[in-house]
Design a protein around this ligand. Sequence first.
Ligand SMILES: C[S@@+](CC[C@H](N)C(=O)[O-])C[C@H]1O[C@@H](n2cnc3c(N)ncnc32)[C@H](O)[C@@H]1O
Length: 293
Amino acid sequence: MRVHPNPLALFPARTGEGDLYRVVQGDSLDLLSRLPPECIDLVFADPPYHLSNGGFTCQSGRRAPVDKGKWDASRGLAEDHAFQRRWLEEVQRILKPTGTVWVSGTHHVIFSIGFAMQELGFHILNTITWYKPNAAPNLACRYFTHSTEFLIWASPRKRQPLAHTFHYAEMKRENGGKQMRDVWSFEGNEEFAFPLPGGPTMMWTIPTPARNEKALGRHPTQKPLALLDRIIRCSSDPGAIVLDPFCGSGTTGVAAVALGRRFIGIDAEAEYVDLSLRRIRAELEAQRSRGAA
Ligand SMILES: C[S@@+](CC[C@H](N)C(=O)[O-])C[C@H]1O[C@@H](n2cnc3c(N)ncnc32)[C@H](O)[C@@H]1O
């Protein structure tokens, strides 16, 4: 039987806390390549969408340039695709056979991700549609308002029998006893409201992050905690190691430690590493004060 080394131990203790988490600044392509094979239980990745290229969007009712940061600029189709393929190749290598990867994206990037997964021989399990009820209006009025994002869920390799972790019964229970579908709803985000069978909330309808999720700082593409909460619960066990190679504001880390999982986050920008650390520490402090009360 393969003995899986502890990947948290590869990163300096000062980048996190004990055996709970690490958030490391650096280039994912470099840092992922330092991890041993088959040591990670779950990867969530929200990679650059390569869409900050002089376009416009609507922010608070006003026309605003799409500029998430230099990290989001396109280097052309071929190079952008090569980048997505390179980090996915590392993810395929570091995932345990029971592990899976989730990748979120809009049409700007999701086809490239899906194609790279097919090229590399991943087993695509689902494509989840996440509906954003509070999406920004479309200013050009030349096409429909974009209000969805997609999540590809995949095993690193095609295997029979299937080896991946999936808490099917828990998801079914949350869905009022009916199989949960691949369109998700968290209508209104009343502390992660769950869908009712046959009701209007059969979809992954999760509003963009609530104001209180940005209390410790802002990130231009922050994901809502409700989304990561479900992803981590349905596809990992308590104590599992969850890795996010583009962790941004640390949403994956906050959800992971809240659910008793361990976490490794990587981001190229120091300010986002700091924000992730602040948010994860605040979550752990809140847990400890609840425990002490
Ligand atoms: C789409 S954002 C992730 C947002 C995150 N899901 C959240 O909830 O805040 C992508 C992040 O990837 C980081 N990034 C871009 N290229 C990178 C690279 N090569 N290595 C590590 N991080 C990178 C950016 O700094 C950015 O914070």
